[in-house]
Design a protein around this ligand. Sequence first.
Ligand SMILES: [Zn+2]
Length: 201
Amino acid sequence: MSQEWNIKSRAHVCSVCEKPLLDRAPVISALRETPQGYERFDCHPECWKSQNRDWEPFSLWDGVYLAPVKEERKEALKKEDAGEILRKLITLDDPAMKNVVYVLAVMLERSKILVERDSKSLEDGTIRRIYEDKKNGDTFIILDPRIRLENLAEVQQQVVALLSGTKSFGEVANEEQANEEQGTQEESQEGTQELGEIQAD
Ligand SMILES: [Zn+2]
């Protein structure tokens, strides 16, 4: 099964000893590739070290567990919207949206909402980037579609249109599909923007 992207939530108890993870304490997170998809582990570092494993993690990183906090309303509403849109896109699992998903993830990283934890080159030559939501620890496994620079501005415009609500998911998906079939973009955007210029906030 080749999943192009995926969300895994951070656990609130240790995957090994099943005792609670403590607020602001170190946590080891790992992803295991299984035929059913990715399995996520969050453990006390000492539990991770002492656990007997007959498998190698797909990805492994050190983090800090933050206990869930009550949502602060209003502030950062837009940022949360962007995160929600990313979740929705991932749930839709539409291959036509692969560029949009990736550019949105990069924008959220630049806005310090996500942090890139790892990247993996797979045997089929594709790359998965593993992002973690800084606030709630959710993991997003995102296909890096290696967007060509001349297509970047167009994809950014689609993301901005989604964030501002001027285009629906369906409209963007159809346009992305059409672009893909066309192969190349006939209108090349003047002054291609750097990926970092547009922030989600
Ligand atoms: Zn433990």
